[in-house]
Every structure is written in structure tokens, then in C-alpha cells.
Design a protein around this ligand. Structure first.
Ligand SMILES: Nc1ncnc2c1ncn2[C@@H]1O[C@H](COP(=O)(O)OP(=O)(O)OP(=O)(O)O)[C@@H](O)[C@H]1O
Ligand SMILES: Nc1nc2c(ncn2[C@@H]2O[C@H](COP(=O)(O)O)[C@@H](O)[C@H]2O)c(=O)[nH]1
Length: 200
């Protein structure tokens, strides 16, 4: 069944969540998946090795560098970037399908990718997830315990540039608590779209 109200939800647009490594993007995303299941999240491709507990196809599509490069050549990415020694990209098809159906979509990506989306889809809204302080960011990134010292150093170097880019974003959400940040982000996504037939 398809319902067409005269004042149906406006055409949905893409929302991009970005912010420095360790700020809590993944944590906010996980809470949104659990408590706001109507929010659709893109699953990225990456050449990085899975962390313990990460599931292929759910957290990421873990691919080889050859596979990733073939996807670039075939134009399969909406955006992609090299970040801290690995490649990351958003598969174009699922996002475009979602937006064509008039449903909101959320990407969690780093700064270079956010800039590409801004250029190719100027209608998208860019949300910056900020840490309460630099010291807290360092604490979160090191406390996660998933990267070695050299990788943490690389990510903190990138974080300085990412923090300096905040003014390029449409909105800032400060991640004081995961629940508060998730709720502010969901507010920015707008109310759940009217679900059309066949779309979830
Ligand atoms: N509001 C918060 N308060 C305290 N700790 C937090 C908060 N948000 C996230 N954390 C913790 O900070 C660490 C980093 O969080 P997370 O992995 O979600 O960051 P990220 O932005 O996704 O990082 P990356 O970009 O490197 O993947 C985790 O150990 C997480 O539990
Ligand atoms: N440009 C893109 N960046 C992405 C994508 N998927 C994730 N990311 C970002 O990469 C870093 C590192 O992630 P991690 O899981 O290795 O810690 C982080 O900032 C992610 O937001 C993507 O498809 N494109």
C-alpha cells in the first residue's frame, strides 16, 4: 500500500556524520541502530583489517585493496578516501536507492569524504561530532585500545585537521554522552518519513 498525503514528509536528504577518530561516531551510530531502527545507515567498504568483534557486511564490507581499486574504477563509490593507511568508501547504489525512495540516509565518514559529498550532493547536511575537549578525545582514542601507538599518532594528527574543519559543517553535536549525541543527531535527521510500500 502506498499513502500519499498532501503534506507528506519532504524529500529526504543525505546526512553525513563526521568528526575526529575516537570522538564516538561508531558508538553513536550503534546506539542509533539499536534505539532508532528507522534510521538507515550506509555500510562502507574498507581495506582495513576487522577489529575483534566486527562483522563483515554489518560494520563494514572488508575488501582487499585490489577489490577496492576495481570498485573505484567502476565508479561504484559515492565518495572514497585514504585515511590513516587504509581506504574507505561509501557504496553508491544503496544510498541512491534509499534517497530515490524518499527515505533518509546517514553516512558516518571522515572529512575528505564529507567534502566530496558536499560537492556532489550540495543538498546534503553535514554534521560534525565534536569531543568535549582535546584531552577527552585522546583519552577515548587511546582507551579504546584497538590501535597501536603509531596508528594512534596518525589518527591524532588527522584529528587536528578535522577539528579545524568544524566551520565547514552545517551543525555541530558535542558528544558529552552517547545518548544525548544520538538524540541530537536523530533530531537533525527529522521525523521518520512516511513509509512507502516495500520500503523499510
Ligand atoms: N560520550 C562518551 N563518553 C565516554 N566515552 C565515549 C563516549 N563516546 C564514545 N566513547 C568511547 O570512546 C571510544 C571511541 O569511540 P568510537 O570507537 O565510537 O569512536 P569513533 O569516532 O567511531 O572512532 P573512529 O573514527 O576511530 O572509528 C570508545 O572506547 C567509546 O566507548
Ligand atoms: N571517507 C570515508 N570515510 C569513512 C568511511 N567509512 C568509515 N570512514 C571513516 O574512516 C575513519 C576510520 O574508521 P575506523 O573504523 O577505521 O576507525 C573514521 O573517521 C570513519 O568515520 C567511508 O565510507 N568513507
Amino acid at each position: 500500500m502506498s499513502i500519499d498525503f498532501p503534506h507528506a514528509a519532504p524529500a529526504q536528504r543525505l546526512t553525513v556524520l563526521s568528526g575526529p577518530s575516537g570522538v564516538g561516531k561508531g558508538s553513536v551510530k550503534a546506539l542509533i541502530q539499536e534505539y532508532y531502527p528507522w534510521v538507515w545507515l550506509s555500510v562502507s567498504c574498507t581495506t582495513r583489517q576487522p577489529r575483534p568483534g566486527e562483522v563483515d557486511g554489518a560494520d563494514y564490507h572488508f575488501v582487499s585493496t585490489d577489490q577496492f581499486e576495481s570498485m573505484i574504477a567502476a565508479g561504484e563509490f559515492l565518495e572514497w578516501a585514504s585515511y590513516a593507511g587504509n581506504l574507505y568508501g561509501t557504496p553508491r547504489g544503496p544510498v541512491e536507492e534509499r534517497l530515490r525512495a524518499g527515505l533518509p540516509a546517514l553516512l558516518e565518514i571522515e572529512l575528505q569524504g564529507a567534502r566530496q559529498v558536499r560537492r556532489s550532493m550540495p543538498d546534503s547536511q553535514l554534521v560534525f561530532l565534536a569531543p568535549p575537549s582535546w584531552d577527552e578525545l585522546v583519552r577515548r582514542l587511546t582507551g579504546r585500545g584497538t590501535e597501536d601507538a603509531a596508528t594512534i599518532e596518525r589518527r591524532l594528527k588527522a584529528a587536528r585537521a578535522e577539528l579545524a574543519s568544524e566551520a565547514e559543517f552545517d551543525h555541530t553535536v558535542t558528544n558529552v554522552s552517547i545518548e544525548q549525541a544520538a538524540s541530537e543527531l536523530v533530531e537533525l535527521l527529522g521525523s521518520p518519513a512516511i513509509v512507502k510500500s516495500g520500503a523499510r
